[in-house]
Design a protein around this ligand. Sequence first.
Ligand SMILES: Nc1ncnc2c1ncn2[C@@H]1O[C@H](COP(=O)(O)OP(=O)(O)OP(=O)(O)O)[C@@H](O)[C@H]1O
Ligand SMILES: [Mg+2]
Length: 352
Amino acid sequence: MDTSLSIRRLVKDFDGTRALKGIDLEIPSGRFVTLLGPSGCGKTTLLRSVAGISDPSSGEIWLAGRRIDGVVPERRNFGMVFQTYALFPHMSVEKNVAFGLEMRRIARAEIARRVSAALDIVGLGAFGTRLPKQLSGGQQQRVALARAIVIEPDVLLFDEPLSNLDARLRDSLRDELRVLQNKLGITSLYVTHDQSEAMALADEIVVMKDGEIVERGTPIDLYRRPAYRFTAEFLGLTNVITGEISGEECRLPWGAVRPVENAGDSDSEGIAIRPEDIAIAPTDDRADGIVEQAMFMGAATHYQVRAAGQSLRIVTTGGQTGVLAVGQPVTLTPPPVLHLLKSFRPAEEAAA
Ligand SMILES: Nc1ncnc2c1ncn2[C@@H]1O[C@H](COP(=O)(O)OP(=O)(O)OP(=O)(O)O)[C@@H](O)[C@H]1O
Ligand SMILES: [Mg+2]
């Protein structure tokens, strides 16, 4: 079934602020897309516009080739899960999940069957008669999820659904969501400002900034080959290094020379090197840098290394060799190919 979403030139003005500045976004059927960006960049506003809870100022939203931006939210057949669970406190878990189906005047036996199936899917088959207050936060959020999927929605919309949970629960529910998405294959738009959540869940990440889309891509592409410095720095830790570029090659500040994979891109904002992509080794000979700080973190060791006047982050794993001491002279081996970053310019600036 076609459940593709198409968002076209979407603009949202609140008095005085333009929260969305002409968003264009295509989401193919069954795709799980996360909207990732800092606080205030317009993620919730975009999600609410798709849900129909917020009226866009201009632009269009299409579902399966049908324009829906004039359709009331109840008739969009979208399931929604929010940061706060928004369950009815006086209703049992079953009643909460059944609510959307009762609104649709579905036969009682069919409702019972679907509610029980949805509760099984989220692992709460045995909790149907409890009240929300008799559940943990994670269980309440699973009820919210059951309520969203029980209506067999065309699209699932999530707004930071895990952010009220403690870290361990957040990780386990995140993994469950991923499994569930693989099983159900419902077109999903998922808002988060947590980059590891976005990478773990998404088929595709859309990076936003100040009401605009910066760039989009698979987690691997955006992590390894971001076009913009903004993306590189938002998705995990990165070193941004000023190198001397000549033709297809770059000389790094401590002397190493490497080819640049995207040397043709103008407007260089520096070379991005992820902390795990620099190899570090102790030396008594000619050193590239000196260990300034070493933090053993269990699975990895995090270093700050001073090299040619710059402080680099370096992460090593497989701690068989122990931890290098502060003050230790080291050699640095950069990755075989370097990647150049551009600076993101807002659309209005680019047009001017
Ligand atoms: N009801 C409103 N009235 C006026 N301005 C609003 C309203 N809702 C949002 N805004 C503004 O629109 C912009 C985008 O807000 P939005 O809530 O979409 O951001 P967000 O990316 O979801 O941020 P967060 O990560 O903090 O949830 C912000 O500048 C915000 O102040
Ligand atoms: Mg928000």
